[in-house]
Design a protein around this ligand. Structure first.
Ligand SMILES: Cc1cc2nc3c(=O)[nH]c(=O)nc-3n(C[C@H](O)[C@H](O)[C@H](O)COP(=O)(O)OP(=O)(O)OC[C@H]3O[C@@H](n4cnc5c(N)ncnc54)[C@H](O)[C@@H]3O)c2cc1C
Length: 397
């Protein structure tokens, strides 16, 4: 049988080489599993390469502009704390510089109602063990004089930060490779058969068999699950980012808004990145989008209201990136009920959660208790009950 038609045996097949697939590959390979990562295109070209790259550790705002269902930001907090701890050691573990910066962050309020939300958020943070400080507008301006007079209150969290999205996923993949993982770029998964003891995953003429499959296909999780006969309710959403020209260092903090999606920070290269989940114009149902003028003007007007100096900077670039949204806007991680060994990882804020989800997937594969409780985040809530017919063949270890 030719090399092309041979089914390769491995322990885990990971579908998708964004940050989640890469983090899973690292943690699983480090634990001694044979891992094959199958990526449709070049790694890190989709959500993980177009992301804002913020490490959201204080409570997040509850809605992106245009988002129907609010995020349960209280539920996120223990996960954010656990992710924060893991980000602190990422560069050492991967032996890589990923421009990790923990410059801290403000979340600002402009109205009395938003100020009340900051108070409530702070109580949740306290309960979750995340240290934040409540500041008046003047106190916040003492720390960051660039903030406008419209800011009437803010919370401050020293743990908020940023990692360079163009560095972290490649660093995970390189570290996984050093531990023996195989990374196959330009290898789209085209079929998944359930067989005795596991799955056979096909890409054209080539196939891999493994007892465990990790579906980390980001916005295409639903499509990939469908190849295994699993109906998952997940939809691609396309949001956009704006970058100014490079300027000398002016601020090292992340600035967010409690009432509306907004995030602003200066990256190491000097550009100011402005985002906050504003919708781009979806061009295709496959999650490809293009910039929306309405979001551009809305996001920039809001950012200039909070940080007026931005109005003096030239805009260099606007881009749209896809992310995977669940109907309840919560992450999804765990095994699909009725499909032993078929794991799914994705959903919102996967950049922040990547080190935690990587470790969680390692624990799930080993049959260990995950580092944080995730029972409510499993894919069971997104499935319509399906049975995949067992194909002839088996999946020996
Ligand atoms: C503009 C923007 C800003 C964001 N800002 C933040 C932020 O500041 N902080 C934060 O925490 N989160 C943020 N997010 C969300 C976060 O970036 C994403 O949730 C995360 O990067 C998703 O990672 P992933 O690995 O799950 O998916 P992706 O990075 O999208 O990777 C999925 C991969 O699967 C591959 N694939 C798909 N189908 C197949 C197939 N059939 N076969 C093989 N491979 C396949 C794709 O090619 C892709 O490479 C943002 C997202 C966007 C778009």
């Amino acid at each position: 049988m030719s090399e092309l038609h041979r089914t390769r045996r491995t322990d885990v097949v990971i579908i998708g080489a964004g940050i989640l697939g890469a983090a899973a590959a690292f943690h699983l390979a480090e634990a001694g599993h044979r891992v094959a990562v199958l990526e449709r295109g070049a790694p890190n070209r989709e959500g993980s390469g177009t992301t804002a790259g913020n490490l959201h550790i204080q409570g997040i705002h509850t809605r992106r502009p245009g988002q129907d269902v609010p995020v349960d930001s209280e539920r996120f907090l223990p996960l954010q704390r656990a992710a924060s701890e893991r980000w602190s050691t990422v560069e050492k573990r991967l032996d890589a510089d990923v421009e990790l910066r923990r410059g801290g962050g403000f979340m600002v309020a402009e109205t009395a109602e938003q100020e009340n939300e900051l108070h409530e958020k702070r109580e949740w943070e306290r309960a979750a063990g995340i240290a934040t400080e409540l500041l008046t507008g003047d106190q916040a301006r003492e720390w960051l004089p660039l903030l406008s007079d419209r800011v009437r209150a803010a919370t401050w969290c020293a743990l908020d930060g940023y990692a360079n999205p163009l560095l972290i996923t490649p660093a995970y993949l390189a570290a996984a490779f050093r531990h023996g993982a195989q990374v196959h770029a330009f290898t789209p998964v085209t079929g998944i058969d359930r067989v005795v003891g596991g799955y056979v995953v096909h890409s054209g003429d080539r196939s891999w068999s493994a007892p465990v499959v990790v579906n980390a296909a980001g916005p295409w999780i639903g499509e990939v699950a469908a190849l295994a006969g699993i109906a998952l309710e997940m939809a691609p959403v396309v949001i956009q980012m704006h970058a100014t020209v490079r300027v000398p260092p002016v601020m090292r903090h992340l600035v967010q808004h409690i009432g509306e999606g907004m995030s602003v920070k200066q990256v190491t290269a000097g550009n100011l990145l402005i985002g906050g989940g504003w919708p781009a114009r979806p061009v295709t149902t496959a999650g490809r989008g293009t910039a929306s003028m309405a979001s551009l003007t809305g996001n920039l007007a809001q950012a200039c209201r909070v940080l007026p100096f931005l109005a003096g900077l030239r805009l260099l670039r606007v881009w749209a990136g896809p992310l995977a949204a669940t109907p309840d806007e919560m992450p999804v991680i765990g095994e699909v009920p009725g499909h032993p060994g078929f794991l799914v990882a994705g959903g919102t804020y996967a950049f922040t959660f990547a080190p935690l989800w990587g470790e969680t997937l390692r624990a799930l594969v080993a049959g260990d208790r995950p580092p944080e409780p995730i029972d409510d985040l499993g894919p069971g809530r997104l499935t319509r009950r399906t049975e995949t017919p067992l194909r002839k063949g088996s999946c020996p270890r």
